[in-house]
Design a protein around this ligand. Sequence first.
Ligand code: C2E
Ligand code: CA
Ligand code: CA
Length: 644
Amino acid sequence: MIDNIIVLHLLLIVLIILFNIMLIVYIKNQKNGLERLKKLNDDFKKQIEKERKAEEELSAVYGQLSATEEELKQQIRELKNHEKALKISEERYKLAIDGANDALWERDYVNKSFFISDKWKSISGYDDTDINDITAYIEKLIHPEDIKRAKQEFESHIKGKKDYYQSEFRIKIKDGTYKWINNRGKALKDELGNVIKIAGSVTDIDETRRIQNKIRYLAYNDSLTALPNRIIFMEKLEDAITKNKEKKCAVIFVDVDDFKLINDILGHDYGDEVLKNIAFILKNSLPKNGMIARTNGDEFLILLNDVKDSNEISSLCDKILNNFKSPFTIKGNRVYTSVSMGIAMFPEDAETSKELLRNSDTAMYKAKNNGKNTYNFFNKEMTETIIRKAAIEKYIREAISKEELQVYYQPQIDAKSHRIRGFEALIRWKSVQLGWVPPNEFIPIIEENGMIIDIGRWIIEEVCKQNKKWKEKGYKYETIAINISPIQLHHHSFMEELEQCMASHKIDAKDIEIEITENILMNIYDRNIEVLKRLRDMRFNIALDDFGTGYSSLSYLRVMPITKLKIDKSFIDYIETDNNNRDITEGIIELSHKMGMQVVAEGVENENQLGILKDMNCDSIQGYYFSKPLPKEQAEKLLACNKV
Ligand code: C2E
Ligand code: CA
Ligand code: CA
């Protein structure tokens, strides 16, 4: 038993030991397992951490990726927009090329290519697609007159003298005519300065050029007569006196006589036609070294280059005057015109163009004063004439109000009985500042500035008053003649005012004689007849003054309602010495009588002349031989002794 117990104990002990061992092993194992577990746990944790990190990284990458995608999308959107814009711009560019007025061209020297837009065809009519050098190509078409310049202009850009190439020239287009184009361009160069590309455009500027030319033409030419205008004249004159200093030149100032009258009475359209004819006559009178311009209204300027002497100018002026002797016909009317000319020479008379013009104008004014239809060379004393003219113009304005004007009366004597048959009223002006100014001097001035209307009205009034007084006093004479300027005669209110004056002074028209000059008569022939017939119908007497100095012939007188003819002093002056003159005078008197006109001889200064005229049956005599024009008081004294 003990044994058993011992054995049992022993067994138990063994068992306990075994158990302990097992427990230890177990615990050990357990510990190992735990450690492993711990490790596993750690590993797991690590793994999780790793994965978390990886996930974080991934999400960062994903984030990045999605950002990139957004960017990409944005970029794509932008690209698309860009493409769209590019397309629009391309379309626009194409439209611009197609629609542009210009043909666009580009020459690539590296690729050896050439492009020109379709517009070229519509500009030139050519359908060439194989052009490889626009400039060479166009050169073949350039107008011969433009080619040299066009080439120079191209070269100057290529050589770098000009930043841009620009050249305007004419090219021969398909239909064979020439057209103005503007070729522009710019060259692109490499570092060595070699041209690698030129691009440019061809513009059709034909229309613009035409308009430009028209404007230039209008700016430099007178549109009425097609003659050059003042600008061109001054340029040529300037050239003549600066470029050819050793050579003489001359300016001839030409002014149409009594043009204002033609214009005022017959209208501007008619006046224009007259000017055209005058321009034609003047132009055709010129020698090769002459040029003419119309500078103002009825003023023309002639420039004579390379003049030898004054004789050369005189013969030209004589030729011009002669060419105006025959009339020209406008709208069925024959028109006689004449011109007055003034000449200034370079370098004798003036050294500058302005001075030459001024002096030729002064000389022309002198020619007007000398009776028109003539010419004068400038001389230094003439400048005084101009100063005087200005003074006359100034002071005559106040002549009526300051009572500086007077009417003088020159008797017309019966050639046989020596009785006073009438008077001619002649104006006198004694200016406070200028003293006596002869009517020949101031009347042309007041005709020009229109004051003749007021002064003429005043004269008529004075004469009517005087006539009434003398008639009332019972003096026996027929008429008082009043000189009527053509400007006055054709003034719209002339007739009306004349009638009123006659009525207010209770004067009979038969006691008044209207004197008109012959010179003017023919210019406006029809209109004159009309006015004169009306005057004649009113029973005014009508005298034709200065007969023999103008154009009219006796045949014209047949249709003119003229009652008296006044033979000009210039005939009477030579009546004693010149047989021809004498015969003409006799003929005039005879014919006038046959036509029912009385004849007065003007400017009779001596008995001899009187005798001759009396023998010729001249009706009346007017002249210093009997009496100078007299103030009314002295004229009245003569009347008082006028025997019946
Ligand atoms: P006219 O109508 O031919 O007048 C005749 C001119 O000859 C007058 O000059 C007169 O004084 C001048 N005369 C008369 N007999 C002789 C003579 O025997 N010898 C010389 N040497 N001369 C003589 P006047 O008064 O100086 O007038 C000159 C011109 O002025 C006139 O020429 C006329 O055309 C114009 N005139 C004068 N008064 C008037 C006027 O009241 N109205 C207009 N419209 N013109 C006038
Ligand atoms: Ca007269
Ligand atoms: Ca006269």
